[in-house]
Design a protein around this ligand. Structure first.
Ligand SMILES: [Zn+2]
Length: 282
């Protein structure tokens, strides 16, 4: 049976990376991948639940380096969103996941958000005594400059208004291809949204690419051309997926994909131009 990713940890040199499950999402195929047919999905029945829905993990990550304790993305946060017949999102487990990793929000000194969509940023909101605040009291909040600039219009802020309001006095902007911390580079991976970022984490020859929403489902590794409804610029999203697949297929490279079912950590192989995703062995 298909499940969402459970919490696990990996090390990369002296860096420890842990995924922090926050919840799950279910998508009806014609909604998420409107141009695919039932026949397209025949080989991928193992990625669907008993109702033939796509199962997606929702969560965040904590990256512990020698100098920093970083949260990458923030999850959806407590609550749910149901769009009957299309999709549903459920969150709220993140704090328990953080605790399971032996940490509290006060331990986090840096938060980086790959892109400002509800399932990646609304988890920074803390409700206490009827007031809204930011969950991580000691953290700096960093975002790609172009992603923050995207928030200039009300239409773009839809669904993340509160998170953006809370971030406004605290956010620090960073350019792509610069270092978040000495071991982590911010990559521009546009398409899903124009300001989308991924993180390249390096230790010696070993690399991890924290992908954000470059891919929405495991199936897009084999079909990077499949349009998903949330990619704003389809052509650019395909270009980015193809470029990132090339990178993922290089030696000693691990990918972390936000919404993949079963496991968010994996490796990519390529044979005769066909890419394949393999869950990272324990
Ligand atoms: Zn997402």
């Amino acid at each position: 049976m298909i499940t969402t990713a459970r919490q696990r940890q990996m090390t990369l040199g002296s860096i420890r990376i842990t995924n922090l499950p926050d919840g799950y999402a279910l998508f009806n195929i014609p909604f998420l991948f409107p141009e695919t047919t039932p026949a397209d999905w025949e080989p991928y029945q193992h990625l669907l639940n008993q109702d033939k829905q796509i199962v997606a993990s929702i969560g965040a990550y904590v990256i512990q380096t020698s100098g920093h304790t970083i949260v990458a993305d923030a999850g959806f946060g407590p609550g749910q969103y149901v769009d009957e017949g299309n999709m549903e999102l459920h969150g709220g487990e993140l704090l328990a996941s953080l605790q399971k990793a032996g940490l509290t929000p006060a331990d986090i000194d840096l938060v980086f958000i790959t892109h400002l969509h509800p399932d990646h940023v609304n988890g920074i909101i803390q409700q206490a005594n009827g007031e809204q605040g930011v969950l991580y009291p000691n953290a700096r909040f960093l975002l790609r400059r172009s992603e923050w600039q995207r928030m200039a219009t009300q239409a773009e802020r839809y669904g993340v208004e509160e998170a953006v309001r809370l971030l406004e006095p605290r956010v620090e902007l960073i350019e792509e291809n610069t270092l978040l911390v000495p071991e982590i580079t911010v990559l521009a991976t546009p398409g899903h949204v124009s300001g989308h970022a991924s993180l390249l984490i390096e230790a010696g020859e070993q690399r991890v690419i924290l992908l954000g929403d470059v891919f929405h489902n495991n199936v897009q590794v084999e079909h990077p051309e499949w349009r998903n409804v949330f990619d704003r610029d389809h052509e650019q999203a395909v270009k980015t997926r193809l470029h990132i697949l090339e990178e993922l297929a290089k030696p000693a490279t691990i990918g972390i994909a936000s919404h993949f079912a079963t496991d968010v950590f994996g490796r990519v192989t390529v044979a005769q131009g066909k890419y394949q995703w393999h869950t990272l062995a324990e």
